[in-house]
Design a protein around this ligand. Sequence first.
Ligand SMILES: NC(=O)c1ccc[n+]([C@@H]2O[C@H](COP(=O)([O-])OP(=O)(O)OC[C@H]3O[C@@H](n4cnc5c(N)ncnc54)[C@H](O)[C@@H]3O)[C@@H](O)[C@H]2O)c1
Length: 281
Amino acid sequence: MDQFPGVAVVTGAARGIGAAIVTGFAESGCHRIAITDILETELGELRQSLLTRFNGNPNDDPKGLTILAVPGDITSEPFIESFFTTTKTAFSRIDYLVNVAGVGKPYRRSIEVDVQEFDFINNVNYRAAWLCSRAALKIMTVQEPLPSPSPSAGTNESWTRPPQRGSIVNIASQLGVVSRPGASAYCASKAAVIGMTRADAIDYSKDAIRVNAVCPGIVETEMTTLDGVVREGLRESVNIAPMGRMGNVREIADCVLFLSSYRASFVQGHAMVVDGGYVIN
Ligand SMILES: NC(=O)c1ccc[n+]([C@@H]2O[C@H](COP(=O)([O-])OP(=O)(O)OC[C@H]3O[C@@H](n4cnc5c(N)ncnc54)[C@H](O)[C@@H]3O)[C@@H](O)[C@H]2O)c1
């Protein structure tokens, strides 16, 4: 059985961790993927490159891979509602939502941050994840569950894995678990994502929907390397982690794929820290 027979939806998909997750879904046999990001050109390029790689040409193939790419601003409620409606119309269902879109700046103490900056970071990191989860849950709760493969096939075991109606993985951060200097708005937005994850996991367990979070440590992406000041500021933080290095986007994607898959059928409301040991030190 395919690892991902259902439909995946990834926000913040154009680059970095989001693009690695989309690539991971395609590599793991997910045939129907909807992606969104505010970076229209990069989003289109990712779609074209994956279709070329898996279908042999830059077009959708109903027998191969189909990618619906819809650019937009994830802080807009009307955009989110229309993106999820379009995805449902195109693919009939939504099985694996991954909320990735996020912003890091401003990295300053509270009295140096104005309300617009505070709202910006919370609107992308937390409010948008809530809006996307709500839109997906409306669809997931009323769809038929997908069967899960039985691990006991070919043996005398009688246990079968329960079907799954949907999975949501929210990308939080190690900074939702611990804090660092000059990042109160970011830390709080990611702690909120973890709180939302647990609350939704409680509310939707009875619907056979699992909701989990991945909390990346410092990962080498545009967010951490584009701005020289940010890059320099992170040097010391990287060494807090016993592993003493930045993570790779693939290392985050692997954990997201596990949590999205039937293999994580008993993992619920978990905030999986993937940080080279940062929070244990
Ligand atoms: N890189 C790290 O070290 C790190 C660590 C912990 C958590 N995270 C989280 O991982 C996620 C991905 O981060 P990344 O490192 O890949 O960063 P990134 O900047 O490369 O990717 C973030 C993506 O979100 C998109 N995005 C931002 N605002 C948007 C908006 N208003 N509408 C639509 N799309 C929008 C961006 O265009 C971008 O493609 C974020 O939620 C981030 O907070 C990253």
